[in-house]
Design a protein around this ligand. Structure first.
Ligand SMILES: C[S@@+](CC[C@H](N)C(=O)[O-])C[C@H]1O[C@@H](n2cnc3c(N)ncnc32)[C@H](O)[C@@H]1O
Length: 323
């Protein structure tokens, strides 16, 4: 699967969206889509997004440690001086809470266009004893951020590609940084792998074929966005165009070897279920048959029971600093 969200891979595949607003209202709605067959109901995806982000905790902890280092580097303000962090497109707030732990003197604001996901973020912060420093803000980026004031660190992971004008979205976020503040955009990386090339059923190379259809799907989705621009997708260039300096890029690995936990197996099963639905008209009958077997909990070749399942993913983070 691709490393960008799409309906088949809510957590780590490609898709982009346009948001339906209620008649006459300014409140962002909980589901977004480009066309009827590409509906994305973010609120329904909540449990899937939360489980996926939890599984990626080791990766996000490495990224957060790097951000702490950057905040102490020359010209930075230091982790202790980080007073406000925004997590833009936070989803259910897993990374929001992780950032609150990494920056213990900061107020951390989960910003998202879906109220149901922000409710999850609040409940999570409450469970983790972070409710006094984690708050939520409903906004559809690039709009709706003015009320938040300046931030020392703005993090956005796998959310800005849901905005048609990605360059404009980066510029809008950069405009909310305090002097010396850091913008960190996590977009791209490597498509996750969880199956061997040859799984003993069907033709070898299923995951590569799923990646290929996910890329086609994502391209179509972006093309359908009403405000989609024709920009080359160059995140460091977007950061530079926003007037930020000292660009850095690093990638972080999630490496969960076999045998996988039940939670990881459930996540992969949900992922493949969504792929089989979203890509039904893009895959051939053989591959669809293999997907059906893979998600059958009773099938010894399925992801619930097979011993060789693993989870390997890489996520790229691009950063730059305000003057
Ligand atoms: C794939 S999820 C990523 C969640 C989280 N950042 C993570 O890495 O696990 C994308 C999130 O972006 C949010 N989103 C999409 N378009 C948005 C927009 N224009 N403004 C704010 N949030 C948006 C969705 O509601 C969803 O929670």
């Amino acid at each position: 699967m691709s490393n960008h969200p799409h309906p088949g891979h809510g957590q780590a595949a490609r898709q982009h969206t346009h948001t339906h607003r209620p008649p006459g209202g300014n409140t962002p709605a909980a589901h977004t889509h480009t066309s009827e067959d590409m509906l994305v109901d973010w609120e329904t995806l909540g449990p899937f997004l939360e489980r996926g982000a939890e599984l990626h905790t080791p990766l996000h902890e490495q990224a957060a440690a790097w951000l702490r280092e950057l905040m102490t580097a020359a010209g930075g303000t230091g982790p202790d001086a980080v007073r406000r962090v925004l997590d833009v497109g936070s989803g259910p707030g897993v990374v929001t809470c992780l950032l609150a732990r990494a920056f213990p003197d900061a107020e951390v604001v989960a910003v998202d266009a879906t109220e149901g996901l922000l409710e999850r973020a609040r409940a999570r912060a409450d469970r983790l004893g972070l409710a006094d420093r984690v708050r939520t803000h409903l906004a559809e980026v690039p709009d709706g951020l003015d009320a938040l004031g300046g931030a020392d660190l703005i993090w956005s992971s796998k959310a800005l590609h849901h905005v048609g004008d990605q360059r404009g979205a980066v510029a809008a976020l950069a405009g909310h940084l305090r002097p010396g503040g850091l913008l960190a955009v996590s977009e791209g990386g490597l498509s996750p792998r969880f199956l061997p090339r040859d799984i003993g059923i069907g033709r070898p190379g299923l995951q590569a074929r799923l990646d290929a259809v996910a890329e086609e799907w994502f391209t179509q989705m972006r093309a359908e966005l009403p405000d989609a621009t024709d920009d080359v997708e160059d995140w460091p260039a977007f950061l530079a165009d926003a007037g930020l300096r000292a660009p850095l890029t690093r990638s972080f690995l999630l490496d969960l070897p076999a045998p996988l936990s039940d939670a990881a197996r459930e996540f992969i099963s949900a992922n493949l279920t969504r792929s089989s639905e979203a890509f039904a008209d893009r895959l051939d009958a053989d591959d669809l048959g293999v997907l059906t077997r893979l998600i059958d909990p009773e099938d010894p070749a399925g992801v619930t029971r097979r011993p060789d399942l693993f989870l390997l993913a890489a996520q790229t983070v691009h950063t730059a600093r305000a003057q």
